[in-house]
Design a binder for this molecule. Structure first.
Ligand code: DNO
Length: 402
């Protein structure tokens, strides 16, 4: 297993030296400055690779390797099944080939319409004073019903939730409302861009006629076109689950359950059609049996995000310590180590990269301005240290982290 760490590029407040000191050897990065849908050129990819792997000042290689591209994002026309998806799929294939030419072989992506991950609170204080990301079902309903004023929303929430949402909204100052809106609409990783409420309404409108059946078809179409290209180039695509793993704002979701994942891997049978297993994204749905998913689908995992969440009574959750919360991380760790052992036996190599997904904002990081929520240094350092210990303890073998 490769201990890896997400790095947003030269503007990240966490430096590559910090990451080396945290004990990671794999870097997860993307060319966030290239607009979604455009081709990543060999030149740009190589430039980032060199930034990561070569210590310019000391003129020596770093002990870091760019192991996963997270993410090459999918153009909205592909999710919507529009005619112009053809050009964007072609561009996606060109990017896959260019990445392969630069020695990159693992590409993560997601298939969430309009927004990437969604939270309502980016500074939720846990009892020890650290800050975490939280999804509050009542706050989301309040935003949906009374700020966004989505026409279909009223029919989707029961009377109790509507009353709670109304009371919650009444408790907010206008500054609180602005913060809530920004938190919900700030879903795109690696950008500081927050779309406005009008633009968001327009995006939602475009999905009026796209239900989960159609979205699945669009995903299958994308896979049928890209997976053969990836296979030929020796690249492994791995889809990231929805976060949270259920529909919000009436938008369809198709990567939320084991059945969804099974559908996806069956859609195109190829080693290049795989999964990014993310415990924090799949965890909010109590019926998702995470250790079981590792046992049944682990052979399709190309990348793993380990993060815990604490489920709360009303459908809310917050990001808990990596070893605390509702996800049984111990059992997940055991199942992952077994999967890696299975690969070793088959001679397939054990190079499965995992990363501590988000971490708490804690200690000195509480005084810093953290541009990318969840991605301060110290909370992830703690997470990685705990996960490293877990894997070593379960495997009873230092080579497991080779
Ligand atoms: C959140 C991440 C997601 C993930 C993308 C994958 O921090 O887990 O942003 O990178 O959804 O495409």
């Amino acid at each position: 297993m490769i201990q890896s760490w997400r790095w947003y590029g030269p503007h990240d407040i966490v430096s590559l030296t910090d990451i080396e000191q945290a004990g990671a050897t794999g870097i997860v990065s993307a060319l966030h400055h290239i607009p979604v849908g455009e081709v990543w050129s060999v030149e740009e990819i190589d430039k980032r690779k060199r930034q990561i792997e070569w210590h310019e000042l000391e003129n020596r290689p770093r002990n870091l390797r760019w192991v996963v591209v997270e993410s090459v994002n999918i153009h909205e026309s592909i999710r919507m099944g529009l005619p112009e998806r053809e050009i964007h799929i072609e561009n996606y294939c060109a990017t896959i080939r260019n990445l392969a030419a630069c020695g990159l072989d693992t590409v993560c992506y997601n298939f969430m319409p309009v927004l990437d991950w969604t939270r309502t609170d980016l500074a939720y204080q846990v009892p020890n004073g650290a800050k975490a990301l939280r999804y509050d079902a009542v706050a989301l309903a309040a935003f949906d019903l009374y700020m966004l004023q989505r026409p279909e929303a009223e029919a989707e929430y029961d009377a109790e939730m509507q009353a709670a949402a109304k009371a919650f909204l009444a408790s907010l100052t206008s500054a609180d409302r602005r913060t809530l809106q920004n938190n919900v609409l700030a879903g795109l990783p690696g950008t500081l861009e927050v779309i406005g409420i009008e633009a968001f309404r327009d995006h939602l409108k475009k999905y009026e006629d796209i239900d989960s059946g159609k979205l699945r078809e669009h995903l299958r179409y994308f896979l049928q076109k890209t997976v053969p290209v990836a296979e030929q180039a020796g690249v492994k695509l791995c889809i990231h689950p929805d976060d949270p793993p259920y529909p919000i704002f009436g938008l369809p979701r198709v990567v939320s359950t084991e059945e969804d994942l099974q559908y996806i891997v069956d859609a195109v049978d190829s080693p290049s059609n795989g999964i990014t297993f993310c415990t924090g994204s799949l965890g909010p749905r109590p019926e998702n049996d995470l250790p079981g998913m590792v046992r049944r689908l682990g052979h399709k995992f190309h990348f793993v995000h380990l993060r815990n969440i604490q489920r709360q009574d009303d459908g809310s959750f917050y990001e808990a310590d990596h070893m605390g919360g509702s996800v049984d991380m111990l059992r997940v760790g055991e199942a992952l180590v077994d999967e890696v052992r299975r690969r070793e036996k088959e001679g397939a190599g054990a190079a499965l990269p995992f990363r501590p997904d988000h971490g708490h904002q804690m200690l000195d990081d509480l005084n810093k301005n953290v541009p990318f929520p969840g991605y301060s240094a110290i909370g992830r350092l703690r997470g990685l240290a705990e996960l490293r210990g877990l894997m070593l303890g379960v495997a009873r073998d230092y080579d497991i982290l080779g």
